[in-house]
Design a protein around this ligand. Structure first.
Ligand code: IMP
Length: 463
């Protein structure tokens, strides 16, 4: 029997984890965020079809029957949490060992990013500086919410030190320790009663036979150790992060599921071999409006995609724009365009290996509807030596000279609204079977719409 499901983003984040986790939660009792902070943006729909975006609150907060945990591996911005909890239905506990994000972390994130010659493109939510304080043993844990006097002392002293750091970085902003403490005090008081030792809570829940979904944030390839360093986040987004991020043993893991779109996206800088477009062009777009002004597909561009002639030199670029516009691949908060390319099995193989994934939930199948020729990157090949790479290496320098090699598959007209595998177009089934056999893992579900219930089940993840 499956009692615990661990979900992990199998690409570079934005795989549609929130929606996929919401499907799993319909049968579960507890939802646990084990890493990251409000750099995440999980879009989901409740049973009434209402849209919610949560950043640090676990996705289970939209369900009355789910208890939610923000475990010790997370960094918590209480202001964002307060916004996320508006209208929340499920209960919430915060780990006493999770670290808190404060205003100075955000200022420092912005300052450090602005000084980088090669930008990472961080979310500027203070994630890196908050984890740096944790590792440096100068962070402030949520456990201190239960000891207000000590919290006040530590926070004010940290602010004085951080004001010095802001000066060092040439930033004019300063935080007033007294005013900031007073501003935050109502939140400290509100969330203090929710702070517990979440590890012992979870161990006892497991003993009682409760069903648990561990909600991954970001993606496996943004992991600080196993991702495409330095263009990564500051936490372990992989299976090891789930273990240290909750304090539970590997023995509690029943099933590990990777979540992947049926194509690839990436936000910010870093290697993405299947990127169909010019990385700098897309990364320099401040928002959706600017993208549409400069890159919107014309009728003749659409014709090239619709002709399915993949030897057309513009095909990959125009197909990536087609998917971006069709699937609205723009950041949920910033509106920045995401980089888009075909599904990259080299990236997925790394995630499968690092996390021992049992299988995948694929998302956004309907966003490939109508494209006559669909490509699938099976390996990278060095253009000079013909050497091949089938699993993403740790350092992007090792990819110099490599280009993606694609399988080409026939597309399909429409998958939208389909609920049974046998009703899917045969081409879509062939695409999914090809992914499955190339990767050698199970496919549990394929999402073909954003709302709850918009999926086709291939295998029950709980069985
Ligand atoms: P940070 O986590 O804000 O420090 O950002 C580091 C890198 O991770 C940047 O390239 C971000 O765009 C990326 N990143 C962080 N969180 C997410 C996420 O939830 N989805 C996609 N990319 C993310």
């Amino acid at each position: 029997m499956v009692q615990t499901i661990i979900t992990i983003g199998a690409q570079w984040g934005d795989e549609g984890k929130g929606i996929a986790v919401a499907e799993l939660l319909r049968e579960a009792n507890i939802c646990i965020r084990y890493g990251g902070g409000d750099n995440a943006g999980h879009t989901l729909y409740d049973q009434q079809g209402k849209k919610h975006i949560v950043n640090i609150a676990p996705s289970g907060t939209i369900f009355a029957h789910v208890t939610n945990i923000i475990a010790n591996g997370c960094v918590i911005n209480l202001q964002t949490l307060e916004q996320n909890m508006e209208g929340a239905k499920g209960g919430l506990y915060l780990s006493d060992a999770a670290h808190l994000i404060f205003g100075y972390h955000k200022l420092l994130d912005g300052a450090q990013e602005s000084r980088r010659k090669k930008k990472i493109g961080t979310t500027k939510r203070g994630i890196g500086p908050a984890y740096a304080d944790k590792i440096n043993r100068s962070g402030i844990r949520a456990g201190l919410l239960k000891h207000p006097q000590l919290l006040e002392e530590k926070l004010k002293s940290a602010i004085n030190i951080k004001n010095g750091e802001l000066e060092f970085w040439g930033i004019d902003d300063r935080i007033d320790p007294d005013a900031y403490y007073q501003q935050m005090k109502p939140l400290f008081e509100k969330y203090a009663p929710m702070v517990i030792d979440t590890r012992t809570y979870l161990q006892s829940a497991i003993r009682q036979g409760k069903l648990l979904v561990f909600e991954g944030a970001q993606g496996s390839n943004l992991d600080i150790d196993h991702g495409t360093y330095p263009n990564v986040t500051s936490s372990n987004t992989t299976i090891g992060g789930m273990l240290t991020g909750t304090g539970l043993s590997h023995k509690v893991i029943d099933r590990t599921i990777g979540i992947s779109k049926v194509y690839t996206t990436r936000v910010g800088s870093g290697i993405m071999i299947v990127d169909g477009d010019d990385e700098n062009l897309i990364n320099n777009m401040a928002n959706q409006e600017q993208y549409f002004e400069q890159c919107r597909l014309t009728d003749s561009d659409r014709e090239i995609v619709m002709n399915g002639e993949t030897n057309h030199q513009l095909y990959d670029q125009l197909a990536s724009r087609f998917i971006r516009e069709n699937a609205e691949e723009f950041g949920a908060t910033t509106g920045r365009p995401r980089r888009v390319g075909w599904l990259d099995l080299v990236v997925l193989r790394k995630s499968i290996e690092v996390n021992s994934l049992d299988g995948l939930i694929l998302t956004r199948l309907d966003n490939l509807d109508g494209i006559p020729t669909i490509k699938l990157c099976t390996r990278y090949v060095n253009q000079n030596t013909r050497e091949e790479i089938k699993i993403l290496p740790n350092n992007e320098q090792d990819l110099d000279g490599f280009k993606p090699e694609y399988l080409e598959l026939d597309g399909w007209n429409s998958t939208s609204g389909i609920r049974k595998k046998e009703d899917l177009p045969s081409e879509a089934i062939k695409f999914i079977d090809c992914v499955k056999s190339q990767l050698g893992v199970d496919i549990y579900q394929v999402k073909n719409g954003p709302k709850q219930g918009d999926y086709v089940e291939f295998m029950n993840p709980w069985k």
